[in-house]
Design a protein around this ligand. Structure first.
Ligand code: H2B
Length: 100
């Protein structure tokens, strides 16, 4: 039986449209993800930002892949259930942008 996906990955054209509205984000093809680097003033600010994103992510049951070094937070948004970038990633990217 084929694997059933609860949400579809965006097609190339849809992705181009989404990226046009998310100028801070890039398409990381190797990770099939939206990618953004956020640089905060210092480590506490980076931590506070990550906590805010974390709660937003938990509320929408959609979680980032990310990495933090001091004041830098690298974020990848991909939908594991879809095997690519979905509308859920686009939505979370918008929420993250609004927190910065
Ligand atoms: N986050 C991300 N980024 N992709 C998913 O496919 C995903 C998730 N699935 N958070 C959710 C949780 C799923 O595992 C739970 C069971 O709803």
């Amino acid at each position: 039986m084929p694997e059933t996906k609860s949400i579809a990955a965006l097609g190339e054209a849809e992705l181009v449209q989404a990226l046009a509205l998310l100028p801070h984000w890039q398409h990381d093809r190797a990770r099939a993800a939206l990618y953004r680097r956020v640089v905060m003033p210092d480590f506490p600010a980076a931590m506070a930002f990550m906590v805010q994103v974390g709660f937003a992510a938990e509320r929408m049951d959609h979680h980032p892949e990310w990495s933090n070094v001091y004041n830098r937070v690298d974020i990848w948004l991909t939908t594991h259930d879809a095997g690519g970038i979905s509308t859920r990633d686009v939505a979370l990217a918008g929420i993250i942008d609004a927190l910065i």
